[in-house]
Design a binder for this molecule. Structure first.
Ligand code: MG
Length: 223
C-alpha cells in the first residue's frame, strides 16, 4: 500500500468506530469442512452450490436411515472438533484481520457458537490468526445451543458501530435491535437470492465470498 492510499484507509477506518466480525462464514469457512464431513458420511458429492437454505444438511442427513435425529446430527457435525479446529479461512480474512491488528484498530470476534466449542475456536485462532487474544473472542460462557441473541447483546454491550455478518437473519436482527450499528454483508452463493437492501446494510458489489471485498465496500461507504 502506498502512503497516500494507506492514509485514506486510516481515515475511513477512523470513521468506522468499533468493529466486530461474526466468525462462521465471515472469518472461518466452516461450511466447506462441514460439507467434507457430510459427504464422507453419506458417500455423496454435494458441493457449495447444492446448499439452498439454512439447515440444508439436515435434509441430506435424513437420507441416512442410521441417523436418528438429523437436525441434532447436523448441529453436532458443524460444532465438531474435526470441523471447527481444522476449518479453512474465508478468502481475504487474513489480510483484513492482519491490517486491523497492525493499525491497532479496535475489533472483536462475536459468535453465536455454543459454549462447548470454545477449545476448538481458540485452537483455530491460535493456528490461523495467532495475534488475536482470547479477550477479543466473544462467545457464550454456558449454553450449548446456537444463540443469535448473544451476538446482538454483545454488539450493544461493546458499542459496536460496524459488524460483518453472513447470516441474513442475524443481520436483520442486529439492524432491528440496535440504533446505530451498520452491518456489512459477506456474500455466499446460498444467500444471494434472499438479500434485501436496508439503509444500514452494506452489500458488496460482487457476488464472491470474500471478507476483503466486503471490507473494501465498507471503506467506500465511509470515505
Ligand atoms: Mg455466520
Amino acid at each position: 500500500m502506498n502512503k497516500e492510499r494507506s492514509s485514506s484507509v486510516e481515515l475511513a477506518l477512523s470513521k468506522m468506530g468499533n468493529i466486530s466480525f461474526d466468525i462462521d462464514g465471515v472469518i472461518v469457512y466452516s461450511v466447506m469442512d462441514a460439507l467434507d464431513v457430510v459427504n464422507k458420511r453419506l458417500k455423496t458429492k454435494y458441493q457449495l452450490k447444492d446448499i439452498k437454505k439454512p439447515f440444508q444438511m439436515t435434509e441430506w442427513l435424513k437420507q441416512d436411515p442410521k441417523v436418528e435425529d438429523p437436525r441434532k446430527e447436523d448441529i453436532e457435525l458443524w460444532n465438531s472438533w474435526r470441523v471447527l479446529s481444522k476449518a479453512r479461512m474465508i478468502p481475504g480474512a487474513y489480510m483484513v484481520c492482519k491490517m486491523l491488528h497492525n493499525l491497532d484498530h479496535p475489533h472483536l470476534f462475536i459468535t453465536s457458537r455454543p459454549a462447548q466449542t470454545r477449545p476448538s475456536t481458540y485452537h483455530w485462532f491460535h493456528k490461523n490468526l495467532p495475534w488475536v487474544t482470547t479477550d477479543q473472542i466473544k462467545m457464550q460462557n454456558n449454553g450449548n445451543e446456537i444463540n443469535p441473541d448473544f451476538k446482538v447483546n454483545q454488539i450493544i454491550e461493546n458499542s459496536i458501530d460496524l459488524h460483518f455478518e453472513d447470516s441474513l437473519e442475524h443481520a436483520a436482527q442486529i439492524i432491528n435491535e440496535t440504533e446505530k450499528t451498520r452491518v456489512v454483508l459477506i456474500r455466499h452463493e446460498f444467500t444471494l437470492a434472499r438479500e434485501k437492501p436496508h439503509p444500514r446494510l452494506i452489500i458488496p458489489d460482487t457476488k464472491e465470498t470474500s471478507l476483503f471485498l466486503s471490507f473494501q465496500k465498507a471503506l467506500e461507504a465511509y470515505r
